[in-house]
Design a protein. Structure first.
Lengths: 170, 170
């Protein structure tokens, strides 16, 4: 795999990263589950998943796609594809994040507790699956993105923690 | 994606599943880390990772590839490719499993404690990456296998637990 195909893979996935990261900055507000509990007596998703974080994340991620289109129009072909791809990557990433929170609550992990693997890969697999029908990476690029994302995720979270944006370094 | 391409994807990955599952049956014996500790004072890998489990898993996984070749020679082209692919999938799966155990010990999770995501996807990503240079899935097949594996993994572990082969249902 060439360096250029690796860089394009990261460029492709960028809206998912932005969507996944932005709730740290724009989050807060009313929880999506409205305080409701699952039949195990535990919260459906928890206070960490809010409408503002979800909608803000999808908005920032989709906006990223617009900027990307104007920087590299040839990669997307047309603006409609770029926006749709960025929306699906963002919506997919945050839906995967919600599924992850649901699973963590069921496994009795408190809000903010880490789940190694799920935290780094759940949002990404979901983003890749949602975006797949519109535009897809090659299998080699996909493997690269899946293997390198946990390290980018840890680095970004550690940075956010050191900046005081997050209360825990994961 | 067609049903046939989904079935071929599962056929492709089978040696990794066999390698990942067989230490439950053939495991035990001397731990790979020989009781040694990392600089954090905790075990390098723990008593759950043994030479017998690792070598037995690679052997069973590779043998699976031999049987697969005689059942569907056209899928592999020749025996050498089938055996090399099965070996790399098995060796990759169990290497990913060791990396996962190393990370779990560093995160202070005791032996046998679940790490949602890492347990189901770590071995698979590693197997796919090791096997990639010899023979690869399409990106759609790869996504399918990555998304469906956690569910197969949970089902298989629950089965092994009910059969008394494992002491915990994960």
């Amino acid at each position: 795999m060439s360096l250029s195909s690796i860089l394009w893979a990261l460029w492709y996935i960028l809206p998912a990263y932005v969507a996944n990261g932005s709730p740290v900055l724009v989050g807060g507000g009313r929880p999506i589950d409205g305080g409701r509990k699952w039949r195990d007596g535990k919260r459906l998703l928890g206070d960490g998943k809010t409408w503002r974080g979800f909608i803000g994340g999808v908005a920032f991620g989709t906006l990223t796609g617009v900027v990307q289109y104007f920087l590299t129009p040839g990669f997307y072909g047309d603006l409609k594809t770029a926006v749709l791809l960025a929306f699906l990557l963002s919506f997919g990433a945050l839906t995967g994040d919600l599924i992850g929170s649901f699973m963590k609550r069921r496994a009795n992990l408190p809000r903010g507790a880490p789940a190694i693997g799920l935290d780094q890969l759940g949002f990404l697999l979901s983003a890749l699956a949602f975006a797949y029908p519109v535009m897809s990476l090659s299998s080699g690029q996909m493997l690269f993105v899946l293997i390198v994302t946990p390290f980018i995720h840890w680095g970004a979270n550690y940075f956010a923690y050191r900046m005081g944006w997050k209360s825990v370094p994961w």
